[in-house]
Design a protein around this ligand. Sequence first.
Ligand code: SAH
Length: 406
Amino acid sequence: MYKTVHLKKGKEESLGRFHPWVFSGAIHHIDGTPEEGDVVRVVSADGRFLAVGHIQIGSIAVRVLSFEDITIDKSFWQQRLAAAYDVRKSIFPQWKNQKSEIGNQNSNPTNAFRLVHGEGDGLPGLVIDVYDRTAVMQAHSVGMHVSRREIADALAEVLDGIVDNIYYKSETTLAYKASEDGGNGFLKGGLATASDIAVENGLKFHVDWLGGQKTGFFVDQRENRALLERYSQGRKVLNMFCYTGGFSFYAMRGGAELVHSVDSSSRAIDITRANVELNFPGDARHEAYAEDAFKYLDRMGDQYDLIILDPPAFAKHKDALRNALMGYRKLNAKAFEKIRPGGILFTFSCSQVVTKDNFRTAVFTAAAMSGRRVRILHQLTQPADHPVSIYHPEGEYLKGLVLYVE
Ligand code: SAH
């Protein structure tokens, strides 16, 4: 039987609205001493059952797995993963049976997508991205880490015939726990069967799941990259914070005159070069630089008329919000200062704690500081395979603006 977490009086309200987190301040007491990552039952001050979820030390004390009084076992994981898969089949109707190939009827196939998006799929703390025949699984909570083998077993059944390999990658999200028992590694299959090349809208890229960030690629920018392609014809493009070059190869296919990719990580720059080579061998339009963004923006000239700014999350916690907003303002101000008249700026924030309004205000302030006339052409967000639970609006983390700068 699961140990019980008793809430303080009146603190059951948000669970009543299906918000999937219990903050530590809402807890009155816990029966016994559960281990981090254990499943617990949450009850109201008057003993009424509310939810079951994973407990963890920290401000989010319980991440809810179910609002029903159930046992979390392999069949639970199977049901949730199958439900997530069903949603993806609705999103990608072209998805052919037994083939992880989605997208525009063969001519521009995609086989990289998100299967599980944490709270958006009723699985707080879990992310699973699929790259061709390999699923990369990432735990953001101790409970998901503890359950990883059971989840992998369920996943292998749900994606039978679609995926052969399951790679677990949580050293960056749960450094301490992951290193305690073996770290990153394959839970199913292995390097012999896993190709590290995936395809997005017909463009190939190496997925650096062994050493890369997140699950190895940022699938969340897929549609925004496709939009960028449409704006690239004849333009001089700066892809700032390029990681492995996602936006760069779309710009090249879109007919850009030149594309410069910049990232502070030299490993990312090496993979960017390899990815460009994979799609456009010997194409002299592309150059890549391993350099700090602010240094590059300071020293660069004013040749660019299409700039992408896709920085890492500047604020990972609420207390860092003020500094983060200052960071976005400074960064965007530099782009407004130097972009050519008639230029297009794709600017993003992926910090969950930065709201759409926060981000806009930061960008507006930067625009005003530069004195340029700026119009919003598009307002961007994450694609449908990163769904947002309506009860957990915090799940909408990616915000982007496409701006026309006179
Ligand atoms: N646009 C990318 C994802 C960007 S992730 C894509 O479409 O795939 C953010 C990137 O910013 C990471 O690759 C990280 O290495 C890089 N980065 C972090 N701090 C930086 C800095 N100060 N200067 C330049 N790059 C930085």
